[in-house]
Ligand binder design. Structure first.
Ligand SMILES: [Cu+2]
Length: 377
């Protein structure tokens, strides 16, 4: 199975590279036709030092004409949804907060008492995750944009203990476990597959490098959801489509994260399939509003971390992880149109779960919030 996943990954890289190279060779001819009505972007001044470009058609046709359009980027919670023009850089910072509140098994909510009735001595009651995400993009050519993303994460989980059990005697009625640390580094590339008028498509190819830790303790080894790494090198591959007219933009993205093996603690987090479809309306020259639907499938954990005693609390069981999630998001994107801060982007997106079907008893998702800044150089 692992070998099969790796083969699929390699074949997709080859096909994507081939398509992107072909696309790169015809990029000049397609882009001349991509001069949309409604451009009011003084795009050429973004690109006046670039040799070999036709400033009027080329510069306005790729990223630069999006540069001052608020809806030129997807909602801020979506990553890797745009390429850059050759020679351009982009820096970004995102803050994400995700809350979990209460337990659920399948689609049925559970009380702490339900958890105790299943034989557990400790019931999680809530969790908060905060991530600081630092991103960089660089486009060596028009058909490839390279990406890197690092994150620093803080998490805490609150628990209730069952009366008359050893955890209650040791930890009291309620207790909190808290960690912070660097997460996994994602490096990758976006490869243009097509660019036809207002329609664009690209492959998302990346790998998650286990720079985070699966050894977080507070004070003893913590369960799977409290770690900041998968502990494995995980290929991430997907496809993104975006479309744009003079006042609207829309798009869709699907990305899979594959675990090719187990980590040093002999377990692997489940594979992830994450997909979104969105649309944005430019309500002001400098601001757009967006709506997004997201579907995510997260697999259960394979293998067992033997460093903690299973059976005390649901998150300590590998099968109580993952599920299917549908979320709805509303967002605002803003771009400064002139002055010293011209081109700086600020965006916010709020997501709320609409449906979640969980593998075994676990904390259920509540809202998440993403706030971000982006600047292309
Ligand atoms: Cu960018």
């Amino acid at each position: 199975m692992r070998v099969f996943k790796l083969l699929v990954f390699l074949v997709i890289i080859l096909v994507a590279t081939g398509m992107a190279r072909a696309e790169g060779s015809q990029i000049d001819s397609t882009q001349a036709a991509d001069d949309h009505a409604g451009h009011d972007t003084p795009a050429a001044d973004d690109h006046s030092g670039l040799a070999g470009h036709d400033e009027d058609t080329h510069a306005s046709a790729t990223h630069a004409h999006d540069a001052l359009r608020p809806d030129g980027h997807a909602p801020i919670g979506v990553m890797g949804e745009h390429l850059h023009h050759a020679g351009k850089w982009m820096l970004s910072y995102r803050f994400m907060q995700m809350d979990m509140d209460g337990m659920r098994d399948g689609t049925e909510d559970m009380s702490s008492q339900d958890i105790f009735d299943e034989g557990y001595a400790v019931a999680p009651t809530g969790m908060r995750m905060q991530m600081h995400m630092f991103g960089g993009m660089y486009a060596p050519t028009d058909w490839v944009t390279l990406m890197v993303m690092a994150n620093y994460t803080r998490k805490y989980m609150d628990h209730l203990t069952k009366e008359g059990t050893p955890p209650r005697q040791k930890m009291g009625e309620t207790f909190r476990r808290e960690i912070d640390g660097w997460g996994d580094l994602v490096v990758g590339g976006l490869l243009r597959a097509f660019h036809n008028g207002g329609h664009r498509g690209h492959f998302n190819l990346g790998i998650s490098v286990p720079t985070g830790s699966i050894d977080h303790k507070d004070p003893e080894q913590l369960a799977y959801p409290m770690q900041t790494s998968s502990g494995t090198w995980d290929p991430k591959l997907g496809f993104t489509y975006t479309g744009m007219s003079s006042r609207f933009s829309w798009g869709g993205q699907a990305i899979g994260t594959l675990r090719l093996g187990t980590n040093k603690a002999d377990f692997a987090y489940g594979d992830i399939f994450d997909s979104s479809a969105w649309s944005a309306w430019r309500v002001l020259r400098w601001a757009s509003v967006s709506a997004r639907a997201r579907y995510e499938h997260v697999g259960a954990i394979e293998g067992v971390d033997t460093r903690f005693m299973p059976g005390m609390s649901p998150p300590m069981e590998p099968e109580n992880h993952g599920g299917d999630f549908v979320e709805g998001g509303l967002g605002i994107n803003m771009v400064v149109q002139g002055g010293a801060l011209k081109g700086h982007r600020l965006a916010i997106e709020f997501l709320t779960p609409l449906y979640q079907d969980l593998n075994g008893p676990q904390l259920k998702r509540d809202y998440s919030l993403v706030v971000g800044w982006q600047k292309s150089l």
